[in-house]
Ligand binder design. Structure first.
Ligand code: 5GP
Length: 139
């Protein structure tokens, strides 16, 4: 499948769609997932247009995992979660719904089940406050 430059994450990269950003550098952007599976669910994307891990250049893959490590640490600090899950889905058969590669950073704690994937919109004020807290924790 050819990369669709009108997917929502490409629009966020180009500034054509809003996002609660927590981190940005020359090669990556991190922002809150608007249908979070847990409080603090954050996404990290490369600015390079690529549908899946198999389409990404090795250089962009390196930048993406570095940013993911950095942002995951900030999510952990900001949420105080004892566990942090990373997920990255390639292809509809794997559950991918937005066809611009991304890492999910999902805080986990014992006894708290994950919400359904991409199902229920978050409260935007809460999401904005969480984004500010995570952004402040990036080192
Ligand atoms: P995937 O299913 O491709 O692994 O994950 C896509 C993720 O993007 C889902 O967790 C979904 O909630 C999130 N998502 C979908 N549309 C938007 C959007 O417009 N803005 C943000 N911030 N997240 C989105």
């Amino acid at each position: 499948m050819a990369y669709d430059p009108n997917n929502i994450f490409a629009k966020i990269i180009r500034g054509e769609a809003p996002a609660f950003k927590v981190y940005e550098d020359a090669h990556t952007i991190a922002f809150m997932d608007i249908m979070p599976q847990a409080e603090g669910h954050t996404l990290v994307i490369p600015k390079e247009y690529a549908e899946s891990i198999f389409d990404l250049s090795p250089e962009a893959a390196a930048s993406l995992i570095k940013a993911t490590q950095k942002v995951a640490a900030a999510v952990r600090t900001a949420t105080n979660a004892p566990g942090i899950m990373l997920a990255q889905l390639n292809g509809a058969a794997a559950g991918q719904t937005v066809f611009h590669i991304h890492f999910h950073i999902i805080p986990r704690a014992g006894g708290i089940d994950l919400s359904f994937h991409a199902r229920k919109m978050a409260d935007m004020e809460k999401l904005k406050a969480l984004a500010a807290k995570i952004a402040a924790a990036v080192v």
